[in-house]
Write a protein of this length. Structure first.
Length: 138
C-alpha cells in the first residue's frame, strides 16, 4: 500500500488553491469538474505529488460555502527546514499563524500551527532532512 492523498471539502475552491499554492508553496497538479454531480476537484502537492509525495485533494461541492469541521479532525503535518522562517513567510503572504514556532510541550521538536481559509489546521514540523527537498515552505 501507498499513501495517495488526503481530501478536504472547501467552501471556495480558488481561495483554497491560492492559499495552498501562494502561502504554503504547493503546486496545483490537476483539476477536474463534474457538472452532472455539481462538484470540482483540485489536487495539490510538493515535488509533483504522486508517486514522490502524497497529494492534497480539495473538493468543492457547488453551492456549499462552509462546513462544520467537527471534533474528530486533527491536522495535516508538513515538514519544514525552519519553522520560524516558515511562520514569517506564511504571515507575510497573508496566512494565519495560530501557534508560533517553538518547542512542542514536553519535548524539543520545533513546531508551529497555521490554519487555511476554511479553518483546517496545518502543523509545521521542523526537520533537518527537509532541507534537501528545497521546495515549499522555507
Amino acid at each position: 500500500m501507498r499513501f495517495l492523498h488526503t481530501m478536504l471539502r472547501v467552501g471556495n475552491l480558488q481561495r483554497s488553491i491560492d492559499f495552498y499554492t501562494q502561502v504554503l508553496g504547493m503546486q496545483l497538479l490537476r483539476t477536474s469538474e463534474n457538472p452532472e454531480y455539481r462538484y470540482s476537484l483540485a489536487f495539490l502537492g510538493f515535488e509533483g505529488g504522486n508517486p514522490a509525495q502524497a497529494e492534497l485533494e480539495l473538493t468543492y461541492n457547488w453551492d456549499v460555502d462552509s462546513y462544520e469541521l467537527g471534533t474528530a479532525y486533527g491536522h495535516i503535518a508538513l515538514g519544514v527546514p525552519d519553522a520560524y522562517a516558515a511562520c514569517e513567510a506564511i504571515r507575510a503572504a497573508g496566512g494565519n499563524v495560530t501557534r508560533e514556532a517553538g518547542p512542542v510541550k514536553g519535548g524539543t521538536t520545533v513546531i508551529a500551527f497555521v490554519t487555511d481559509p476554511d479553518g483546517y489546521k496545518i502543523e509545521l514540523i521542523q526537520r533537518a532532512d527537509d532541507h534537501a527537498h528545497g521546495q515549499g515552505l522555507r
